[in-house]
Ligand binder design. Structure first.
Ligand code: FBP
Length: 554
């Protein structure tokens, strides 16, 4: 990296804010344990699977000038999709470990869990980390989606590689799946009296790794602000040209937190929330009817234009599609080998149609063939349908256009429908982190180092009280088992960290539900503009509407 932008030079100089405890005491802290914990679901099934780590207490920290400071060797890896702030976890870890003891060392496993298994790593030194402070992306060490699931292929080599480096702790920066794997690894190590510690950090732009103890995952703040900026700009174009409906699909593989936040930030005319579609048991046909109705009513008011937000994971929440995807997953889990040996797309669809229930076969056949093939053939390493590749916004545009044509013939629609489609996804995942994500991640890095220094394993590093000023932020650790429940994955019941979906009785959803009718037929869009790094704190340090509303009610 020989040339850097003027903004990046200034961002290098930004000193991320820390909780008062770390400012005052550095890592001269001690862990304070609360009472025993349980899991969020099925404790009787999960306890026997985690006999060594289940029930461990929540940990907070207090300053302790007498705490012992021996050098620590820590390995870190970034797992799954990129999220703004990952580099600051690493700079926070590095600075905290150096503060703890100048001989401490930090190693970065390259290209995610895959690099841990293949023993690809680099030592992180001051000159190297300085080039990545407060920058976006995961390019510092890379990431991948390898799951640490096979004892022979993944776990044993991973442990051997950590031992060869003499690591005291491994920090896994990832989402629900990666942290679930971290919890399993911690249990595996303890059962074998291996002293290597495993600590997780909550990452994902999707915002779905959150609960009573984890207030947000990092990256959600920056990504949703960046998408809101772009939606605001499109809305201004809509108001200027007055000729298009823009259908904008927003990332978020499963939960609709990003779409909800962007709706609150921009006042788009339509925002579909997948969790509500599921709760209402709305079929695809009924959803199309609803959207077409809003388009027709806008046209009746002289407005042949508008903005519609579509969450990436929508299809899986439409009841008939959800059942169909579940059946497909079960078929592919059991008969994947025979399916993969088939030579043509025609053979593949016939194979699947014949095994689905009639209702699910009907649901899959109702979709265009390209979409059917994507649903049938593609799965990510966790066995999920890769919704980032499925163009749901185009499907909806086509279906709404067809319905409007029928309505026109029946005299129910008298306007024009000309649509543009967009997908806002990857452009949000590597943005320079907002001040919030820069500060939060740097604090998470310190917290992970404090957990390692305190000898804690099977914990997620957390920072709480995030809606308050940073000096009131509270670092701590939550047992990974505490966030687990049993879910069906790749045809099996598995213990996994529970994903947080949009709850319809949550403050952010209620705010949206109370305001959305007023946004349907107007052009009173909000244009939030780009993320700001310099200027008044109410602009530069603003938290998401989601967090503001959640914390006001908590
Ligand atoms: P994580 O859950 O790993 O953070 O990734 C989230 C995400 O950005 C989703 O929003 C999106 O559907 C998916 O990753 C895309 O995955 P990929 O980067 O493998 O295309």
């Amino acid at each position: 990296m020989t040339e850097v932008s003027s903004l990046q030079k200034l961002r290098y100089a930004y000193q991320p804010k820390l909780p008062a405890l770390f400012v005052k005491a550095g890592l001269k802290v001690k862990a304070v344990e609360g009472g025993a914990t349980s899991s969020v679901g099925q404790p009787d099934t999960i306890r026997p699977l985690f006999p060594n780590t289940f029930g461990r207490p929540i940990v907070t920290f207090q300053s302790d000038a007498s705490s012992d400071a021996r050098p620590l060797k820590v390995g870190v890896l970034l797992s799954g999709g990129q999220a703004p702030g990952g580099h600051n976890i690493i700079s926070g870890l590095f600075d905290a470990l150096r503060k703890h003891h100048h001989e401490s060392k930090l190693f970065g496993f390259e290209n995610g869990p895959g690099g841990l298994v293949k023993n690809k790593y680099r030592e992180i030194d001051a000159a190297f980390v300085d080039r990545y402070r407060n920058t976006g992306g995961f390019d510092i060490i890379g990431s991948d989606r390898t799951k640490l699931e096979s004892e022979e292929k993944h776990i044993i080599p991973a442990i051997k590689n950590c031992e060869a480096l003499g690591l005291n702790a491994l920090v896994i920066v990832g989402g629900d799946d990666s942290n679930t794997n971290g919890g399993m690894l911690a249990e595996y190590l303890l059962a074998r009296k291996n002293p290597l510690l495993v600590i997780g950090c909550p990452k994902t732009i999707d915002g779905d790794l959150k609960n009573e103890h984890v207030e947000t995952s990092f990256g959600f703040d920056t990504a949703s602000k960046l998408y809101s900026e772009l939606i605001g700009n499109i809305a201004t174009d809509v108001n200027s040209a007055k000729k298009y409906w823009h259908f904008i699909r927003l990332m978020g593989r499963s939960a609709s937190h990003i779409t909800l936040e962007c709706a609150l930030q921009t006042h788009a005319n339509i925002a579909i929330i997948s969790e509500e579609v599921e709760a209402r048991k709305q079929t695809l046909k009924a959803l199309v009817e609803e959207i077409a109705g809003v388009v027709a009513e806008n046209a009746a008011r002289g407005r042949n234009f508008g903005v519609a937000l579509i969450p990436e994971g929508l299809l899986e929440f439409i009841p008939e599609m959800k059942v169909m995807v579940h059946e497909l997953n079960e078929i592919l889990a059991k008969e994947g080998k025979s399916f993969n040996e088939l030579g043509s797309d025609v053979e593949r669809v016939e194979f699947i149609y014949g095994r689905l229930t009639p209702a699910s076969a009907q649901a899959v056949k109702s979709l265009p063939m390209t979409l059917q093939l994507q649903l049938l053939t593609e799965r990510d390493k966790a066995g999920n349908v890769p919704f980032s590749k499925i163009e749901t916004e185009k499907l909806l545009i086509d279906m709404v256009a067809a319905r409007l044509k029928e309505m026109k013939a029946g005299g129910l629609f008298k306007g024009e429908f000309s649509a543009q489609n967009h997908f806002l996804g990857y452009e949000g995942r590597c943005s320079p982190p907002s001040n919030f994500d820069a500060d939060y991640c740097y604090s998470l890095g310190f917290t992970a180092a404090a957990l390692a220094a305190a000898g804690k394993t099977g914990y997620m590093a957390v920072v709480r009280n995030l809606s308050k000023a940073h000096d009131q932020w509270q670092p701590g650790g939550i047992p990974l088992t505490m966030m687990m429940n049993i879910e069906r994955r790749k045809g099996k019941d598995m213990p996994v960290i529970r994903k947080s979906l949009v709850e319809l009785d949550s403050a952010p959803f209620k705010e949206f539900a109370a305001k959305r009718d007023a946004w349907k037929y107007t052009s009173e869009y909000l244009c939030p503009g780009p993320i700001q790094f310099f200027g008044p704190s109410e602009v530069c340090d603003a938290i998401t509407k989601t967090m503001a509303l959640e914390s006001a009610r908590s």
